[in-house]
Design a protein around this ligand. Structure first.
Ligand code: SF4
Length: 307
């Protein structure tokens, strides 16, 4: 018994009646026993009809086998067009595909993985690669190099008639490389800001650890300063007992391991014993009348000493 419904357009009678042909085609394409009830008949065009059967396969809830049949003009026979599995309105669907670059999370990068950076990555900007011309006020600019060369020539000119010795000068690229400046790209202003925000969130003043800390990292002996503009606000913690050991910490961060927070108390030392051998202590032999036997013993001892 078919639970077929039709749309407003009247389907071709022979195509609409070809449910058994459509079912046989669906069962041939699907695994045995997964083609369910006939649920709908859809008119695709003149003498073209799609029969929909529910899919009983686990994991395909709401999906339907769609079998399209067609009939040529004035032909008596219906022919099979195609068989596909299509999602219905309440079908269980996979989540929208997200590009890997948006799915990537911190910590996803494993050993041996390569993470390419886009050529227009906002966190980076061109660095000095030796191919571009440095600005006029740069210590490695051509103008500055000429000035220095002229000064050197004056100094090394020596006595009149002697040929000036021009010192061999390294190329701009070599100087930049020596200074560690020769990188194709460096952090952009945006890159610096997002890094600072991220570090501030993790090891910054607003974290519970910093709120409960006795003092801030800026005054801690375990703080290693870092160079560059980020060094004005961040450093690296080098206290193995701190939760931030080896991490970049904000100067306003802090923890209980602060070097000056609690100085270990020194154990009390007992006073050295005093033996006074120069003064004689006079002790009363009869300290009191009711001293009893103690006084008598002392008296006896006194008599013995004077006899
Ligand atoms: S030990 Fe604590 S206070 Fe000192 S630098 Fe590290 S995180 Fe900052």
């Amino acid at each position: 018994m078919s639970a077929a419904t039709t749309r407003s357009r009247t389907p071709d009678r022979l195509c609409a009646e070809a449910v058994d042909i459509a079912r046989a085609a669906a069962e041939e394409a699907a695994a045995p026993g997964v083609v369910g009830e006939h649920v709908e008949t859809v008119v695709e065009g003149d003498r073209v009809v799609t029969h929909l059967f529910e899919c009983k396969e686990f994991g395909y809830r709401g999906w339907r086998w769609a079998v399209t049949v067609a009939r040529a003009s004035r032909a008596k026979y219906v022919t099979l067009d195609e068989v596909v599995l299509l999602p219905g309105s309440d079908a269980l669907l996979a989540p929208e595909w997200v590009p890997w670059s948006e799915r990537l999370r911190p910590g996803d990068l494993g050993p041996g993985d390569l993470l390419p950076t886009e050529s227009d990555d906002l966190r980076l900007e061109p660095g000095f690669s030796g191919e571009d011309t440095p600005p006029p006020n740069s210590p490695v600019s051509a103008e500055m190099a000429e000035l220095v060369e002229a000064e050197d020539a004056e100094v090394s000119a020596g006595p009149v008639g002697e040929l000036p010795i021009v010192p061999t000068r390294g190329s701009i690229a070599a100087v930049a490389e020596e200074l560690g400046l020769r990188r194709a790209r460096v952090l952009s202003r945006y890159g610096l800001h997002v890094a600072a925000d991220r570090w501030e969130d993790t090891y910054g003043a607003k974290t519970p650890m910093a709120q409960a800390a006795p003092s801030t990292c800026v005054s801690c002996g375990f703080l290693c300063p870092i160079g560059g503009s980020l060094g004005q606000a961040f450093g690296v913690c080098a206290n193995e007992f701190s939760p931030a050991d080896g991490r970049v910490v904000s100067l306003s961060y802090g923890c209980g391991g602060h070097s000056e927070a609690a100085v270990m108390p020194t154990p009390p030392r007992p006073a050295p014993p005093v033996i006074d051998e120069t003064v004689v202590d006079v002790l009363p032999l009869r300290p009191s009348a009711d001293a009893g036997s103690v006084g008598a013993v002392a008296e006896g001892a006194d008599d013995l000493g004077h006899s």
